[in-house]
Structures are given as C-alpha cells and as structure tokens.
Design a protein around this ligand. Sequence first.
Ligand code: ADP
Ligand code: ZN
Length: 433
Amino acid sequence: MYYLHKQMETLTRAELEALQLERLEETIERCMNTFFYRSRFEACGIVPKDIRTLDDLHKIPFTTKQDLRDNYPFGLAAVPMSDVVRLHSSSGTTGTPTVILHTQKDLDEWANAVARCLHMVGLRRGDVFQNSSGYGMFTGGLGFQYGAERLGMLTVPAAAGNTLRQIKFIMDFGTTALHAIPSYASRLHEVMEEVGVNPERDTKLHTLIIGAEPHSEEQRRKIERMLGVKAYNSFGMSEMCGPGVAFECKEQNGMHIWEDYYIVEIVDPVTLEPVPEGEVGELVLTTINREAMPLLRYRTRDLTRILPGECPCGRHHKRLDRMKGRSDDMMILKGVNIFPIQIETILMQFEELCTDYLITLTNEEANDLMTVEVELKEFSDDYPRLQSLTREIIHRLKDEILITPLVRLVPKGSLPKQEGKAVRVRDLRRTLI
Ligand code: ADP
Ligand code: ZN
C-alpha cells in the first residue's frame, strides 16, 4: 500500500497532469448523478465532453459554500445514500454548517493522504502520535486518527482540552508527535511552565503538526522554540475531507498540495479570473479523487499563492504559501484593508511578547479605532521600559498597516482562551446613522 503512495509523491509534472485529466473526466461523469451539477452544466450550455484538457476547467462554473448550504444535507450526493458510510459537518465558524459525505473508499483515500503527510515530515511506525483536536464533527479528530493509524503509529485520541491530562499523556505514553492548533500549542506550553514540566527535558516530543487556523512564520518559530520541536504547517478544510490537503515537507517552505487529489487554481476574488503565477488570490479546488460528494471549482475563500520554483525535496506537487487568511477575515479601517496575520507577524518579532493577542475594533463618531492587546511573557513594573516597548510596537505596526493602533500590554494568561480555533478579532463597531 505505501509503495503506491511513494509513486504518487514522485510523479513528474507530465505524469501528474495526465492523471489529473483522467480523474477529472471521471469526476465530471460522477457529478452528472447530481441534479445540482446537471442543471449547472445545462444552464451554461456545456456537456462533460466539452472538458477535454485541464485548461477547459475554466468553462465550469464555481461551486460556493452557499451552494453546499442550499443543498444541505444530501443534495450533492453523487452516489446512492446507501453507499455513504460517514458524514462530517464544517465547524460553522462563518455561518450555517455544511455537510460532506464519504464512501468507504473516500475515507481510505483520506487516511492515505494524511498518512502521506505525516510520513513526509519523518514520522514512522514506532512514533507515538497524540491528537489534541476535537473529535466528532471536527475533521481534525478522526482525520488525523485514521491517517496516523494507517502509518502504523501508536495513536492517542486525547481530543481537545484538559491540558493537564494532555501533558500527563505526553509524558506517560512517550508521545513523540503532537497535533495541535497553534493557539493550543502555546496554551500547552503555558501550562507546562506552570506545573514545572520542561518539554525538552521531560518529554520525547520532537514533531508538532500545527494548522486549522492562520498563523505567521514568526509564530511557528516561537512555538518551535517553546516546545523544542519542529512544527509543520498543515492545511485542510471539511469541504475537502479535512486535514491532508496540503502539508509542509521537511524544507518548511510552503505546503505541497496533493495534486493527485485536487486541481488547484488561484483566482482574483473579485473578478474570478486567474491571477498571474505567484500572486495572492483565492484558492479554488476541484476534488478528483472523491466518490460520494465531488466538488468542482470550489471557492475556499482562503487567500494564498502558489510558490514559484521547484522544492528541493524533489516532489513536484505545487506548494501553497502560508495562508494569508480568509477573504472574510479582512478588516477595512479608514479605507485600508488589513489582515490579522499582518499584525501577528509584527507582534511575534518581539521577544518580550507571548503568542496570544486580540484585536478590537471600535468607532467613535466617524473614526475607526483599533486596539491591540498582547500578552507579556514576563511581569514587569519597569514602566519606562514598558512604555518604550509599547511605542516601538505601535511604530512597527503603523509601518505595516498604515494606521496607528492603540497597544495594551497585558499579563500572560489574561486574554480569553477558546476551546477551538482562536478568535483574533472583535469588531465592536456600530453602524453610524
Ligand atoms: P470552518 O470552516 O467552520 O472553520 P474547517 O475546520 O473546515 O471549518 O476549517 C477550514 C478552514 O480553516 C480553512 O478553510 C482555512 O480557512 C482554515 N485553515 C485550515 N488550515 C489552515 C492553515 N494551516 N493555515 C491557515 N488557515 C487554515
Ligand atoms: Zn518539498
């Protein structure tokens, strides 16, 4: 089984593209089992045979999250429901949930993809893999569970929360690899410090898988230093199965997206035209290895770019740059477009600061205000030093986002912590009449 995997990882571009076309044709045929895609094709005056090359893909209209909602729960099933063995639902961060259906083959292929990612970063049979994701509907739970088992690792379904128990498991079971969302990795370290556990001295942890929420390179490096591990960026979403869509290799420079599973496009979110190579736009994905619920040209709303050039690791699957955020994360202040990740990138460059921060937007009369609260690593009552640190942070933020925020340095652990993905922005602006 694993032999087949390696073959997929080392395909040349030409081989990959030939495989993609073959799988795309099969996928489109399968989509015709759904009323939704049949009527979409009809409305655009196209038939499956019009798609003869990968370039022809642009003739097909996009599929959006709204389409999934409109067809909730089973409207996009391309196989009889008796062949569907599992469903997952998106965590609904941005609205009504959506449902994704899987056949047994879909689940097997998904586990293979996750196993491939974990193998790529050096994990092997004999490693102990602990998963701190929520199980249940959140795909980070079962997705990593089956992938890690497929690779033959002892897999610990610790699930989310209960940090003390999490630390105990890491120590008692000799956990070598942990999957955690970045904000939770920081929390874990904080609690380790509180109870006097030194991760380098007291645990066998060497690898961390972090993903599910946007984070900066600077945050990754901080987490690596705190826990004494290598941390690899993992990208996925429920609509594309879950984890295992794109993953960093040991180069830690961009995430290989598995092109034997997905066709990747980057489009301008406004004009929906392809952006020039290497430029940032919205990620659009077509599933080409899925039976129960194939999706054509799905608009993910995630903003990223394809990294130009070849990866030194030798894999030819394209690399996605670190996510810039979702198009709906963009804040508009005084007419300036700002992404939370720009603020994070600056904050994480200060050694004195922890990784937790909160951006609050308010308005007074017609004036938008941004307040950035960030946790200090160590308590200090050296006010002149704190003042000059605050001034320096404001100065660097202004350089990056072109507006002047208020900055508040707060004690470690004082910002609200979430069970799941971190909330980085609170928009309290009132509409002014
Ligand atoms: P929801 O859409 O409800 O949050 P998902 O669990 O499906 O539920 O979340 C998928 C989304 O999480 C992606 O579309 C993306 O915005 C974000 N995401 C996942 N992995 C990463 C990552 N490595 N970096 C940045 N964002 C990520
Ligand atoms: Zn690589």
